[in-house]
Design a protein around this ligand. Structure first.
Ligand code: ADP
Ligand code: MG
Ligand code: MG
Length: 912
């Protein structure tokens, strides 16, 4: 018995899937962690009986032990590689390093999570002068043999030895000129032989080292190079951007080469099992006849669409289709595959779940349910709230995108597309947009709080610096502006009003730009945009399934009948918040409400209210009709009154003007008129000064207004119930819910409730109707949450005004915070999340929990909702579900997202 522990098992043959599963206790995620995604799927496909060229995988543990062990192979690793090569020789009947019957292999990188193109792969390992010469004879295809050889030297030279690829490409270009041919495929064996010789010379001069002719040495160095590429800059940057852990390591798959470049009965290609743009169930991809590996993606040759293979090689196409169906069924997802056809024999070289657009995701999920591949719950869980959001924002027209190349790429921080002309200054952006009605893209090195006006005026925002939590990113997301930030290729010259990309491309202010906030790509032209169809039948299906799963109901915040109709179309079941003040701001009403505010006597005030009542009544009628059969919550007037009046400063200036004018007036009539005006304005000013509060957010607003301005809320309730009676008379199912805002003490609520109920009953008696209704309150002040048990004695429903509740809980005003210190807090990472975007679970959420518990203890059937923007935020929706809220209410455009997020919450699936 030896005292030395047996070395780790670092290498597994593709056929040893059971051993790997055993090692990982059957956990497939662990298998992928160990073999990498590419490797694990090759093992899997092998076990399904799909033709995969034989090979083996050196585990990520091998990589990690190599990297942590001062870049030395850990004990046993190399021996296991040699044993595995011997196994491959047995399987293939060829020999590694035997020029008469050579086994050639590829050395492929592959981490747990796909990092496309970030690490390296080397093909045709095992080639050298002798093998090339013999293979040329053996196959009677000298061109093929020397093409393989030069590819190895080229890939090995760049990846392992560090020669820039440009050097090699320049040599090929020179050879083409010398041979008088236009494309690489026309170079013959002699030409490739010459190129290869020069490649090796260049490598020697460049690195001082010889290209290794010994196949084993090639394999060893290639394996090490793939290990090391894990910490390459490209891979590091990618992991940072994609949020992939740095300690996973890459696996290395060593695989028998198959050749797509051995004649016209050979080919290589990549394809998806469905259309990745639309989701339609048809193979989509490209291939090349007589080509190898990277040729298809490198764009050096014009590829053929995969459907042409159906006529070029019908048998191969049929087999490809069968394989793709097998793999889809097995993975229960759309597959992205690589294949090679070697002299009429099809080989699968890679498969993974395919990347796709939001539209495709939705359609594939629905189709796969119909095909019996996945369950309804799985389909609903696959679609992300973000992907639903896609259907509601303008997007760049995918057809137009086929013909343009992006000029740069940055971080995709705020979704949707924006098109316009470039402005480098926020002031200019605002002027162009507002005064000249132009579409503008604001381009800045970075943004600051003073730039917000320009960002708001622009259609989209681009910055050359900053990351996902930069000011520009935060503010753009906040206001739903498409944005791409951190486009490091862009260099902005503010003095000369231009930007440079990659040194030579110069773009001036006023020139067009299109940006795609979903992909982070930027285009130097005005591209057409389109709004995706919300009535996409597949999306409607997913959402209706989500409705069956979710527990939380979804209502809309709508102030106008038109919004309410839209909200209903998007799936709202009721209105959770109608803000009556919005109606007051309308042009024909503002003067009347101003009269009401500045009235000197009760009679004067009543007169104004009497005029307002019918206007409100018709607003409410419209809402009730639009929401026939669903509850409509109407919030009584909430904002401080000064918001309806001009500012004291403006009034003073106007008064000064008027007084100056008097001196120049001729007629007596004019004089009288002006004096009257001065009198009115002075009265208004006095009232404005009286109403001025040093902290209006915490001042006379909400229920405090209702109490201090007798008659106001009663008038609104009269309008609500008259409207309700009228609608009911027409057969509309009306369910008004009257909401009293900003209550902090049960006494406030009780006082108001009594008065209003009295009014409601009287209206219904007059109209001879009986309407079911509720009177409730908003919970938006900590004291209300803490005494919710008392308030619930008389309140029939609660609605959390989470915006104000966040302000009052944190003791901050949102307007000041979001353009000031809160941005600093977020940027420095002092706090992780903007509490106005996602409900602060630990503070605000805790208060909600208390209020819900107490409220329901007093009144079992208390209806509890959340209104405010949080109602459309997936993370907040998850919290609401957990707290047992009955419904969330949000703006019409967020309703589809809320429906899906509520279903995810019910299934316990996290939304990112
Ligand atoms: P990447 O992750 O960059 O796609 P791959 O390891 O998939 O790298 O390999 C690059 C290309 O070489 C792919 O087109 C792949 O199909 C091809 N390839 C890799 N190994 C072999 C092999 N043994 N025989 C033929 N082609 C191969
Ligand atoms: Mg690949
Ligand atoms: Mg409020």
């Amino acid at each position: 018995m030896s005292k030395v522990a047996a070395p780790n098992k670092y290498a597994y043959l593709f056929e040893e899937i059971d051993a790997v599963k055993n090692h990982c206790d059957g956990d497939w995620e662990a298998v992928r962690g160990l073999l990498g995604g590419k490797g694990a799927n090759l093992f899997d496909a092998t076990s399904l009986g799909i033709p995969v060229p034989p090979g083996f995988t050196v585990t990520t543990q091998g990589c990690n032990d190599y990297l942590s062990g001062k870049e030395k192979f850990p004990t046993g690793l190399w021996d296991q590689v040699l044993d595995s090569i011997a196994a491959l020789e047995k399987l293939t009947g060829k020999r590694f390093g035997d020029a008469d019957n050579p086994l050639l292999v590829s050395c492929r990188s592959g981490a747990k999570f796909s990092m496309p193109g970030m690490m390296d792969t080397i093909l045709n390992i095992g080639m050298n002068d002798e093998t090339a010469a013999k293979l040329a004879k053996l196959t009677s295809q000298p061109r093929f043999a020397y093409d393989l050889y030069r590819r190895l030297v080229q890939m090995f030279g760049t990846v392992v030895m560090g020669v820039p690829d440009d050097v090699f490409e320049a040599l090929i270009t020179a050879q083409r000129r010398e041979s008088r041919v236009l494309v690489d495929t026309d170079l013959d064996a002699k030409a490739w032989k010459a190129v290869t010789r020069r490649f090796k010379e260049i490598t020697l001069t460049y690195t001082g080292r010889e290209f290794p002719t010994d196949p084993f040495e090639q394999l060893k160095q290639a394996t090490e190079a793939v290990f090391k590429s894990w910490y390459g800059k490209r891979a590091n940057d990618y992991r940072n951007a994609a949020g992939i852990a740095h300690d996973l390591g890459t696996a290395v798959s060593i695989q028998t080469m198959v050749f797509g470049n051995i004649g016209d009965d050979s080919a290589t290609g990549v394809f998806m099992s469905r259309n990745a743009t639309t989701g339609a169930p048809a193979l989509e991809g490209d291939y090349l006849i007589n080509a190898q590996g990277e040729d298809v993606v490198s764009g050096t040759r014009k590829t053929l669409p995969i459907r042409q293979l159906a006529s070029d090689m019908p048998k191969m196409y049929k087999e490809l289709k069968q394989i793709s169906q097998r793999l889809e069924k097995h993975h229960r997802n759309m597959q992205d595959m690589e294949f090679t056809i070697e002299q009429g024999k099809l080989w699968l070289l890679q498969t993974r779940d395919g990347k796709r657009t939001a539209q495709a995701e939705v359609r594939i999920a629905v189709d796969m349910v119909d095909e019996g591949l996945i369950t309804i719950k799985e389909a609903v869980s696959r679609v992300q709230p973000d992907q639903v959001d896609f259907f509601l924002h303008p997007q760049l027209d995918p057809n137009a995108l086929k013909n343009v190349k992006p000029i740069a790429k940055g971080l995709n921080v705020s979704p949707g597309a924006a098109v316009g002309i470039i402005a480098f200054e926020p002031g200019l952006a605002e002027r162009w947009a507002k005064e000249e009605g132009k579409n503008v893209i604001l381009v800045r090195p970075e943004t600051r709080p003073d730039d917000v006006h320009g960002m708001l005026a622009a259609n989209g925002v681009v910055t050359s610096k900053g990351g996902r939590t930069s000011h520009a990113a935060l503010v753009a997301r906040q206001f739903g502006k498409p944005a791409v930030v951190g486009v490091s290729e862009i260099e902005i010259d503010l003095d000369n009003h231009l930007m440079q990309i990659g040194g030579d491309l110069i773009i001036k202010e006023g020139e067009p730009l299109s940006i795609d906030g979903n992909t982070g790509l930027i285009y130097r032209t005005e591209l057409p945009t389109q709004i995706p169809d919300f009535n996409d039948p597949y999306l409607l299906k997913i959402l209706s399934w989500a409705d069956d799963i979710r527990v939380l109901d979804v209502r809309a915040n709508s102030d106008y009948p038109e919004d309410a109709r839209l909200a209903r179309q998007y799936g709202a079941r009721g209105i959770g918040l109608c803000r009556t003040e919005h109606m007051f701001f309308e042009e024909d009403r503002l003067p009347i409400i101003q009269k009401m505010i500045i009235a000197n006597s009760l009679a004067e005030r009543n007169e104004a209210m009497i005029r307002l009542m019918p206007m409100q009544r018709s607003d409410f009628e419209g809402l009730f009709r639009a929401m026939d059969g669903y509850p409509v919550i109407i919030r009584l007037l909430d904002p401080p009154l000064h918001e309806f009046l001009p500012s004291a400063q403006d009034l003073m200036m106007e008064l000064t003007d008027l007084k100056l004018r008097i001196q120049h007036l001729a007629g007596l009539k004019e004089l009288d008129q002006t004096l009257e005006e001065i009198k009115e304005k002075t009265a208004l000013l006095q009232r404005v000064e009286v109403l001025q509060e040093s902290n209006p957010m915490l001042g006379t607003r909400g229920v405090r207004l209702g109490i201090t301005m007798p008659g106001l809320y009663k008038m609104q309730v009269q309008a609500i119930f008259e409207a309700a009676c009228r609608c009911a008379a027409d057969g509309v199912d009306v369910r008004p819910e009257v909401m009293i805002p900003l209550v902090s003490h049960e006494a406030e609520f009780n006082l108001m409730r009594e008065e209003l109920e009295d009014k409601a009953r009287r209206v219904m008696e007059e109209q001879g109707a009986e309407i079911p209704y509720l009177i409730g309150t908003m919970i938006e002040i900590p004291r209300a949450a803490l005494t919710a048990g008392d308030i619930a004695k008389t309140a029939e429903f609660f609605s959390f005004g989470t915006n104000d509740l966040t302000q009052t809980t944190f003791g901050i005003s949102r307007d000041d915070a979001e353009t000031g210190f809160l941005v600093d807090y977020l940027q420095s990472g002092l706090i992780k999340e903007n509490p106005f975007t996602s409900i602060d679970a630990d503070g605000v959420g805790r208060l909600m929990e208390i209020a819900i518990k107490q409220g329901r203890a007093t009144r079992k059937d208390l209806e509890i909702g959340v209104c405010g923007e949080h109602g459309g935020d997936p993370q907040s929706i998850h919290l609401c579900h957990k707290l047992g809220v009955d419904y969330v209410s949000c703006s019409p455009f967020r309703i589809p997202i809320a429906r899906l997020a509520a279903a995810h919450a019910a299934m316990g699936i996290e939304d990112n």
